[in-house]
Ligand binder design. Structure first.
Ligand SMILES: [Zn+2]
Length: 79
């Protein structure tokens, strides 16, 4: 069972072109049922390239705090 943190990490690997078919499948399964991650993905895609790269590079350590805060804020504003 993938958590949102796992999913986002996988997603960033995927965007860098590194993902096994198994991981891609797990990610798709998570994304199919997780609105916050779908929302994040939408925002990520809309982010300009330079910021996106910076975002991706910071991810491994920062993801659990910054991204959680970010997603929480997004969820709150969406509801
Ligand atoms: Zn999720």
């Amino acid at each position: 069972m993938y958590t949102c943190k796992d999913a986002i990490n996988l997603l960033l690997d995927f965007l860098d072109g590194e993902m096994s078919p198994e991981d891609a499948q797990h990610l798709r399964e998570h994304l199919s049922g997780c609105a916050p991650c779908i929302d994040f993905l939408r925002t990520y895609k809309a982010t300009p390239g330079l910021c996106k790269r910076a975002l991706a590079q910071q991810m491994p350590r920062e993801v659990s705090t910054k991204l959680t805060e970010y997603l929480r804020a997004r969820i709150k504003s969406a509801s």
